[in-house]
Design a protein around this ligand. Structure first.
Ligand SMILES: *Cc1c(COP(=O)(O)O)cnc(C)c1O
Length: 502
């Protein structure tokens, strides 16, 4: 038996083991000089598959040694300035300190008797978030004021928001009493911009809405939802006898960082009595920005808001919340069990508000972050990367190429938040070739491991994307990434693109 392994209460063993782990990670981090190794799946799969899970190594030191090979050496490092791909942030150290307590104490946030103070900490942070959003403490039609709950991520937050919207839509009498439940549900419609996150579609499917339930609304030149198109879509829906269930406005689209016109969307939602959800999974960091909070003006009129702390609040995965204007709507996820939260229970619990039951104390990471460095430091971090995106865009716009070879980089438009969408397309290279070339540049960078960018399509064309979330990155760092793009692009054009040139 390994009695000493069954609990951190074996204090000496626990402390020694954790220090070994910190030493391995810190030692490794000190030697990281690139965001990834680009090792192939086959290569790494051979290493992982070779591990015999039936033969334990016997101690943590040996397991840590093996971990270097299986995982650490080839991991992707989001703090490396060469990393500029997805919405992953470098993580703040106070949150990592909190992680020690999140898993070491292992509270579960479902009921008071599994969490005690943790429930109160999470509630304080939900209140802190609803204050930042600007929900009124008490509203006309709303009895209990704002509330919310921590979730595993934006996907779950959006799902819960739409589940509550579905429940409220039924309660507002929109179900046709002459129709069975499923047929009423098939008439419910959710409106979001064409650029909204795919979790909206996923949620609609999970919630049993019809295949056509999500109505994509056209966007303007800067990829923000076009309110005239939204109004037309709402009218078409009503004219067809369908039921507008929710409008999802995105505050920071995943690709272009576009922020839908929240105030106008709120007006339309109010006029038609439709639930307004704001997906601020990406733009949520603006809530603590000292210079750009106004970009979220109108968010306070939403019925529900998604905020991903694990994106623009620099928190480790998972940390997200869904917050609501009216605490009452959370009853759509409230179920009672005699063994957990009987109706007669009179202690505070969070399970009544959550899709999850057993749930991590992720809120502690944000708490320790606020108590150590404060919200302004977080907001300044987000402002810094938005500034960097603007500086990068300005540089790309003015850049005239290398060695008199002419312009070879194209900017897709002014950044809205911290993403920069661009492509490698030297003069004389037509768009079809660029469509083949740019995904291959991205692939080449990944294999090289020194710089990592994302790819996407805008209006059917292939582009590259820099997602800048590292406040320690400089313009020179970003230029070094773009130089890699350029070098890979030239190399492919010269040696390897015959197929695409045709
Ligand atoms: C990232 C993102 C999501 C999904 O959030 P997860 O935390 O990855 O589940 C939803 N909406 C937008 C706009 C996002 O950028």
């Amino acid at each position: 038996m390994h009695e000493h392994l069954f609990s951190p209460a074996n204090a000496e063993h626990y402390a020694t083991t954790m220090r070994e782990g910190v030493d391995v990670l810190a030692g490794h981090l000190a030697g990281v000089t690139a965001p990834a190794t680009g090792r192939t799946v086959a290569d790494l799969a051979a290493v992982v598959d070779a591990v015999d899970l039936d033969r334990p190594l016997g101690d943590a030191a040996a397991a840590l040694e093996e971990l270097r090979e299986v995982y650490l050496r080839d991991a992707v490092w989001f703090h490396d300035p060469g990393y500029a791909a997805h919405l992953n942030c470098p993580v703040v150290v106070p949150a990592l300190l909190a992680e020690l307590f999140v898993s070491g104490v292992n509270s579960s946030l479902d009921t008071w008797d599994q969490s005690v103070g943790a429930t109160l900490v999470e509630r304080r942070l939900v209140d802190w978030t609803t204050d930042l959003v600007g929900f009124p403490a008490h509203d006309d039609g709303c009895t209990h004021g704002p509330d919310g709950v921590f979730t595993s991520g934006g996907t779950q937050s959006n799902l819960q928001a739409l589940l509550m919207a579905r429940g409220e839509t039924f309660l507002r009498g929109h179900a046709d009493p002459g129709l069975p439940y499923a047929e009423s549900l098939a008439r419910f419609r959710v409106f979001c911009s064409r650029d909204a996150h795919f979790s909206v579609q996923k949620s609609a499917t999970i919630l049993g809405l019809g295949a056509d339930a999500v109505v994509p609304v056209d966007v303007d030149a800067r990829h923000r939802m076009d309110p005239v198109a939204l109004e037309r879509a709402l009218h078409r829906c009503l004219a067809a006898g369908d039921v507008p269930m929710a409008v999802v406005a995105t505050a920071g689209t995943t690709d272009l960082g576009a922020i839908d016109p929240l105030g106008v969307v709120a007006d339309l939602c109010a006029e038609h009595g439709v639930w307004m959800h704001v997906d601020a999974a990406y733009g949520g960091g603006l809530l603590v920005s000292r210079r750009r909070r106004h970009l979220l003006d109108g968010v306070e009129r939403a019925d529900s808001v998604t905020v991903d702390f694990h994106k623009t609040f620099f928190q480790p995965v998972s940390a997200s919340a869904v917050v609501v204007r009216d605490a009452d709507v959370l009853r759509h996820v409230t179920y009672h069990a005699d063994y957990l939260n009987p109706r007669t229970a009179n202690l505070p619990n969070q399970v009544d508000k959550s899709l999850q039951t057993t749930r991590r104390f992720d809120a502690l990471k944000l708490w320790m972050t606020l108590r150590t460095m404060g919200a302004d430091a977080i907001g300044d971090g987000f402002d810094t990367v938005i500034d960097l995106a603007h500086a990068t865009a300005a540089w790309l716009r003015d850049d005239t190429g290398v060695d008199g070879a002419g312009r070879d980089l194209e900017l897709r438009g002014e950044p809205s938040l911290s993403t920069v969408v661009f492509r490698f397309r030297p003069e004389g290279v037509d768009e079809d070739v660029a469509d083949v070339l740019n995904p291959r540049i991205r692939q080449a960078l990944w294999s090289g491991g020194r710089a990592i960018v994302a790819g996407t399509k805008v209006d059917g064309r292939s582009w590259l994307k820099l997602t800048l979330l590292n406040p320690a990155s400089t313009l020179d760092d970003v230029r070094a990434v773009v130089d890699q793009v350029r070098a890979a692009g030239r190399d492919l054009l010269e040696h390897d693109l015959e197929g695409a040139q045709r």
